[in-house]
Design a protein around this ligand. Structure first.
Ligand code: CTP
Length: 401
């Protein structure tokens, strides 16, 4: 979460979804942001300013004719203080005013004065949202660099079903973070693999490993946040799909191989964080294996090495990043893998290090590069490591252009 210490101006306008803005303020404050709330007069018909004052710790500012504060200064000072300016929920009316530069209340005057990135989350009746005039206004705002968070579809408060619902708070927070994040990966196609694979022995049992998918999901989430078109090919995990990521679910190494090979050609960067099973049972029993007297021996057969296959068919300019988790001889084994699998970069980590490995939120890695460079990183959150990996790949890409 990169909202800590940021100042957010949140404008609440008059729609039934205004009540959801209270949860938004609460979650933003938990994330460490300062939130200053502005309300239109009609928003106060749906929710009291006191709710926002209690949650934000600041006076909620309603309109320019309020005599209890110096509004002339306030709307300019808030416009300047904002790191990001958010309108949620945004009515068709405020969208129309924003598109045409109308400034006739506290929200629209402050909006016109701000130089901060603006995030707009429309919420309204489907007919109003689908109306060509609203769509055209949104298009105008998009073209002007406003960040529009699309409403979701569903049953609306008015009884209609369709587009127009304010998305859930995490989706809006993600959109706000994105507006604050440099889009340095825009135009890049990034494929990430994550999680374990499961190799079926029979309909109820499988061979697998302890991977939780956290590292790969962090890479996918950060790449999407930085503007890349991200495909995440995931083994079974308990994690939610990161916002803006196209996720393809697979179970076995063979399925992962097929999915990766199908998506690989159009990718600019491939990050193979998945813990792929090297072996699978030579046969998968059609029925549950029953126990018998004595020992059971299961014959295993080799799975395809996906990373090595990608290394073989890598197209010019495509960057390949592998992972190596080792329990001994970390750097020797990792540099051997980097070379054997024709990677551009390899992220090596040791299962023996405290703060690294399966299921942890942190990792301790050494980055190895095809040109022999090595970079030893200290313990860091998996999200921060994900950013570092993407930074290095981007630098390599820019170096080749
Ligand atoms: N990998 C893969 N396909 C496999 C095995 C591994 O794509 N069948 C990828 C992993 O996603 C990872 C890298 O190869 O990016 C290294 O995985 P690892 O299991 O450490 O390497 P192996 O080649 O399996 O080597 P070993 O088991 O001998 O350590």
């Amino acid at each position: 979460m990169r909202l800590a210490g940021k100042t957010l101006v949140l404008c609440v306008t008059g729609g039934i979804a205004a009540y959801k803005a209270a949860d938004l303020v609460s979650k933003l404050r938990h994330a460490g942001a300062e939130v200053r709330v502005l309300m239109t007069e009609s928003a106060t018909q749906f929710i009291s300013p006191i709710t926002f004052e209690t949650l934000s710790g600041y006076r909620a500012v309603v309109d320019t004719f309020d005599r209890h504060f110096a509004w002339e200064v306030e709307h300019i000072s808030l416009a300047k203080a904002a790191d990001v300016f958010v309108i949620a929920p945004a009515t068709a009316n405020v969208i129309a005013k924003a598109a045409h530069g109308i400034a006739d209340d506290m929200v629209t005057t402050t909006l016109l004065a701000t130089k901060a990135p603006v995030v707009i989350a429309p919420a309204m009746n489907t007919g109003m949202y689908d109306n060509p005039v609203t769509q055209q206004n949104l298009q105008t705002l998009r073209a002007r660099g406003f960040h529009i968070i699309d409403p979701t579809e569903g049953l609306l408060a008015c009884g209609d079903t369709g587009r127009g619902k304010l998305p859930d708070t995490p989706v809006i927070i993600n959109g706000i973070e994105k507006a604050l994040t440099p889009q340095d990966l825009r135009g890049q196609c990034v494929l990430v693999t994550a999680g374990p694979t499961q190799e079926a022995m029979d309909p109820v049992r499988f061979l697998s490993n302890h991977s939780t998918g956290k590292m790969g999901y962090a890479v996918a989430a950060r790449a999407a946040m930085r503007g890349a078109a991200v495909t995440l090919i995931s083994g079974p995990t308990a994690l939610d799909t990161p916002a803006g990521v196209r996720r393809v679910d697979v179970t076995s190494a063979c399925e992962m191989y097929e999915a990766v090979m199908a998506h690989a050609p159009e990718q600019d960067m491939i990050v193979k964080a998945a813990a792929v099973g090297d072996y699978r049972p030579a046969e998968t029993a059609a029925e549950k294996l029953k126990k018998r007297e004595g020992e059971l021996t299961v014959a295993l057969t080799r799975n395809p090495d996906i990373l090595a296959a990608l290394g073989q068919c890598k197209r010019a300019g495509q960057l390949l990043c592998g992972f190596a988790m080792e329990t001994e001889n970390l750097l020797e084994n990792a540099s051997d893998k980097l070379r054997r699998k024709n990677c551009d970069m390899l992220v090596a980590n040791s299962l023996r290090d405290e703060g690294a490995g399966f299921g942890t939120d942190t990792n301790i890695a050494t980055l190895l590069f095809a040109d022999g460079r090595r970079e030893t990183l200290s313990i860091m959150h998996k999200e921060a490591l994900a950013d570092t990996i993407l930074d290095r790949l981007l630098a390599m890409r820019q170096g080749r252009e």
